[in-house]
Design a binder for this molecule. Structure first.
Ligand SMILES: [Zn+2]
Length: 228
């Protein structure tokens, strides 16, 4: 019972990993559990591969953070979760041009890493090729024009740059309709062509994106109403 309570306590608390240039880095305990299970079930090579995955995801977040700081935003925290990572940017989305630059920095960092790995892999190591493909995959996945992923944020920034009269709420509302249409099409395609495991992951990610997108739209609506 005590052990069970300790495990539940552990899983409910973010693990502080330290600070980089004043930015707190925190780890979701569920990620530790997931990596532990990968090590036990699939062994060392899978475990090391996943450490690389989260390492590249972390670099991706650092790229967002770097550009956000250059543009004068506060970035108090980066959190790393089993579904990816996120940087907290205070006031993100207030200036469309800034949102565009900050959002595109993450996928661009993965494209640059993929290019460097491919060029540097003179021995043709399959592991390095796999890491390059992983970065290419991370970049392309994040560039999907689905809000609140980077691609959706790039689209929102660009839309508001082209149509400055659109409020953040209205632009987000329109992009969410488009995002949800894409997600439904993707899910139907996955239902037809994906394996059961991939389908479950896709459903889970789509559900998270759906809920987070709705929550962000709701908070923008409240902001709009307060300003009026
Ligand atoms: Zn990103």
């Amino acid at each position: 019972m005590v052990l069970m309570r300790q495990i539940l306590n552990f899983l409910g608390r973010w693990i502080p990993l330290g600070q980089v240039d004043g930015i707190k880095i925190e780890l979701d305990p569920w990620l530790v559990l997931m990596l532990g299970l990968i090590l036990v079930i699939e062994g060392w090579s899978a475990f090391i591969f996943w450490i690389f995955v989260f390492g590249f995801v972390f670099i991706h977040e650092l790229a967002h953070t770097f550009v956000a700081r250059k543009l004068g935003y506060e970035t108090p925290k980066i959190v790393i979760m089993p579904f990816g990572a996120a940087v907290q940017i205070v006031g993100m989305g207030s200036v469309p041009r800034h949102e565009f630059y900050i959002a595109i920095a993450g996928p661009l960092s993965n494209l640059v890493i993929a290019a460097i790995l491919l060029v540097a892999n003179i021995t043709g190591s399959p592991f390095i090729n796999k890491l390059a493909a992983l970065n290419l995959g991370l970049a392309l996945f994040n560039l999907l024009p689905i809000y609140p992923m980077d691609g959706g944020r790039i689209l929102r920034g660009a839309t508001r740059m082209i149509s400055p009269h659109l409020s953040a709420y209205e632009a987000t509302r329109r992009i969410l309709i488009f995002s949800r249409l894409l997600m439904v099409i993707g899910l139907v395609a996955c239902l037809l062509f994906c394996s059961f495991g991939t389908l479950i992951w896709t459903l889970l990610i789509a559900a998270i994106l759906w809920v987070v997108g709705a929550a962000e739209l709701n908070s923008l609506k409240n902001q709009d109403e307060q300003e009026q």
